[in-house]
Write a protein that binds this ligand. Structure first.
Ligand code: 5GP
Length: 183
């Protein structure tokens, strides 16, 4: 798609790359303190969490035995309004039983996706399941899904960049932008 064919445009930077990097370092320190001497399977939800997870794991020191894995999910129905019923289109390669799983997500909107993933993972009898989410939009929350490590709380605006996309675009941007409809 060329930029002329897109109905939306970048509006303003909501979170700068510097602010994101500082917060990611803090989250990594918290995770390191919590899991020192233990193994964790850091499991990113593709594709949105890929860039966040790549930065996060590189800031966790060698005192934690970090393993990386990924899952990919697709939401049923309209992509802009999560139904909460997600299909795992690529499962993790690791056998989750008796493992410490840290699920890494880009954004929690209604919370339905993460609630559903939490149920799926808990059924696999891991030692623990925790969640690390870069952005939370509390105004849109429909279920009370707990986030163990949260980057930022943001207003109910559609954002892109740092892994987040609109129709596949803008994931590569180092800052997080708000997008608006072209007039
Ligand atoms: P939930 O089930 O929490 O409503 O949906 C979470 C998913 O919705 C995210 O993983 C993401 O794919 C999508 N999403 C929600 N809000 C935004 C947003 O502001 N920007 C982008 N790019 N995706 C979003």
């Amino acid at each position: 798609m060329s930029s002329d064919e897109c109905d939306y445009k970048l509006d303003y930077i909501m979170l700068s790359s510097d602010a994101i990097q500082r917060r990611v370092s803090e989250l990594a320190m918290e995770i390191e303190r919590e899991y020192r001497g233990k193994e964790i399977i850091v499991t990113g939800v593709l594709k949105g969490a890929a860039i966040f997870m790549a930065d996060l794991v590189r800031r966790i020191g060698p005192s934690v035995d970090v393993r990386m894995d990924f899952i990919a999910v697709s939401s049923y129905g309209d992509l802009s309004t999560s139904s909460g019923v997600v299909k795992i289109v690529k499962d993790m390669d690791t056998y989750a039983e008796d493992k410490n799983i840290l699920l890494v997500e880009d954004i929690m909107d209604t919370g339905l996706t993460l609630a559903y993933l939490g149920e799926i993972f808990t059924a696999r009898a891991p030692k623990s399941v925790r969640t690390c989410v870069l952005l939370e939009k509390p105004d849109r929350k429909k279920v009370d899904t707990a986030i163990d490590y949260k980057g930022f709380t943001i207003a109910d605006e559609f954002v892109v960049g740092y892994g987040l996309d609109y129709a596949g675009r803008w994931r590569h941007l180092p800052d997080i932008w708000n997008v608006i409809e072209k007039k």
